[in-house]
Design a protein around this ligand. Structure first.
Ligand code: PMP
Length: 382
C-alpha cells in the first residue's frame, strides 16, 4: 500500500524535490551547486522574516547541529536561560550543559507553555547573555507565544535564540520585526526536504559575537562557516567542510516551490490542515495534548488515547497506508501519539489520516463512532 507520512520529520516529500537531488556529476565547486546555495541562503532570509542585515547559514546535520552551533555566540561563564515546554526545550539545556556556561531553566507542564510573565520575571532577576526558546515544541505540539515573550525581554537580554524546527515554513516567523538574534530550523520539517541540513539566520549582534573566545568546538563553530556562507552567497566557491551537496539541490527546489506557493499561502494551508486534524480528533472524542487553543500549532497535533496502547495504533495504521509519530514526552509515556502535518500536506491527507484512525481505533477497542471524525473534517473544509 502507498503510504502517507504524517510524521514530525522527515515528512512526505514532493517528487519534484526528490528528483532535484538526482545528480551524478556535481561536486561542491560546480556552478550549479554554488548557485543552489546562493539562492537558498537568499530565500532563507525571506522564510525567516529576516532582512539583509541577517547572515544565513546552511550547515550539515539538522535541528540539533543548528542548536549546538549557537554555542558559537557564547563565552566561558556566560549565563543562559532556557525556556522549555518539553523534550526539545530540554535539549537546549542538555547542549549548553556540555559547555562552560551557566544554565537556568524555566519549564512548563506538558501541554502548556511557559508564560511570558515568568520569562520576563526571570530576566529581570538575573542578567542573561542568551535566552533560548522553542517556537513549536514537537513533543507536545504546543506553540509558544514567541512574539509576546520577545517583546517583553528584548531590551533585557543580549541575545535571543528561537528553535523554529517545527515552525519555519508553516507558522508566522518574524525574526527582524521581533529583533531575534538566531532563528533556526532543519531541512526535514515544514520546508519538506529530506533530513541532512540545519538552517539558521544570525543578527548582526549575533555575528559580532563569533570569535576565537567562544566556547564552541570546531565543526559547529559558525566562525568557521561564515566566510563559506558569504562566498557562496556571492556565487564564489568555498570550502570549510563538505556540505550535503545533493540535499542542497533538493532544498533549492523546495524553496522555489515555496516561493511559487507564496509563504502566506503556505502558512494558511498549514493552518487549515491543522484545523481539519483537530476537528477530526475532537469529534472522535479524543483529547489533544495542547491544553488551550492559543497553544495549538499548525504542524503537530499530539493525541491522547483512552483505552488502547498508542504503540499498537502506530503499528496498525501502517498496513492501512499511514505512518504517524510516537509520543516522546516522558511525563505522558504510553498515553499518546503524534500526528505531524507539515510540508506538502493537503486536505486529502487529513481525510485519509482521520479515516484510517477511525477504522484502526475502533478495531483496537477505542470508543469511536465510524464517520464522525471524517464528517467533522468535511465540515471544516467545506
Ligand atoms: N528542535 C525541535 C523543535 C525538533 O522537533 C527537533 C527534531 N524533531 C529538533 C530540535 C532536533 O532536530 P534534528 O532531529 O534534526 O537534530
Amino acid at each position: 500500500t502507498r503510504k502517507i507520512l504524517m510524521h514530525v520529520g522527515p515528512v512526505t516529500i514532493d517528487y519534484e524535490v526528490l528528483a532535484a537531488g538526482l545528480r551524478g556529476d556535481t561536486g561542491f565547486t560546480s556552478q550549479e551547486f554554488i548557485y543552489a546555495m546562493s539562492y537558498s541562503m537568499k530565500f532563507l532570509r525571506k522564510l525567516m522574516g529576516a532582512d539583509q542585515s541577517y547572515q544565513p547559514f546552511i550547515i550539515p546535520g539538522g535541528g540539533t547541529s543548528a542548536m549546538e552551533s549557537v554555542t558559537s555566540l557564547l563565552r566561558r561563564g556566560d549565563k543562559v536561560l532556557v525556556v522549555s515546554n518539553g523534550v526539545f526545550g530540554d535539549r537546549w539545556k542538555q547542549i549548553f550543559n556540555r559547555y562552560s556556561v551557566a544554565v537556568d531553566v524555566i519549564k512548563a507542564e506538558p501541554g502548556e507553555y511557559v508564560k511570558p510573565d515568568d520569562v520576563e520575571k526571570a530576566v529581570k532577576e538575573e542578567k542573561y547573555t542568551l535566552v533560548a526558546m522553542t517556537h513549536v515544541e514537537t513533543s507536545t505540539g504546543v506553540r509558544a507565544p514567541i512574539a509576546e515573550i520577545a517583546k517583553r525581554i528584548r531590551d533585557k537580554v543580549e541575545l535571543i535564540a528561537v528553535d523554529g524546527v517545527s515552525s519555519v515554513g508553516a507558522e508566522s516567523v518574524k525574526t527582524k520585526e521581533l529583533s531575534i538574534d538566531v532563528y533556526l530550523t532543519a531541512s526535514q520539517k515544514a520546508i519538506g526536504v529530506p533530513p541532512g541540513a540545519g538552517l539558521l539566520v544570525l543578527s548582526e549582534r549575533a555575528v559580532s559575537r563569533l570569535s576565537d573566545e567562544s566556547v564552541a568546538g570546531y565543526y559547529l563553530n559558525l566562525k568557521n562557516w561564515i566566510d563559506v556562507m558569504r562566498n557562496l552567497e556571492d556565487e564564489k566557491g568555498s570550502y570549510f567542510a563538505t556540505l550535503p551537496v545533493h540535499l542542497i539541490f533538493m532544498l533549492a527546489k523546495a524553496f522555489e516551490l515555496i516561493e511559487k506557493e507564496g509563504l502566506e499561502n503556505r502558512i494558511k494551508r498549514h493552518e487549515r490542515v491543522a484545523q481539519g486534524i483537530r476537528a477530526g480528533i475532537e469529534s472522535m472524542g479524543l483529547d489533544i495534548v495542547a491544553k488551550r487553543p492559543e497553544a495549538y500549532s499548525n504542524t503537530v497535533t499530539a493525541v491522547m488515547v483512552k483505552k488502547v496502547n498508542p504503540a499498537e495504533v502506530l503499528k496498525a495504521v501502517i498496513p492501512e497506508g499511514l505512518e504517524l509519530a510516537p509520543g516522546v514526552h516522558p511525563a505522558l509515556a504510553g498515553k499518546y501519539f503524534r500526528i505531524g502535518h507539515m510540508g506538502w500536506v493537503n486536505q486529502n491527507d487529513v481525510i485519509t489520516t482521520i479515516a484510517v484512525l477511525e477504522r484502526v481505533l475502533k478495531r483496537l477497542g477505542e470508543p469511536v463512532n465510524l464517520g464522525e471524525g471524517v464528517r467533522a473534517v468535511q465540515l471544516t473544509f467545506t
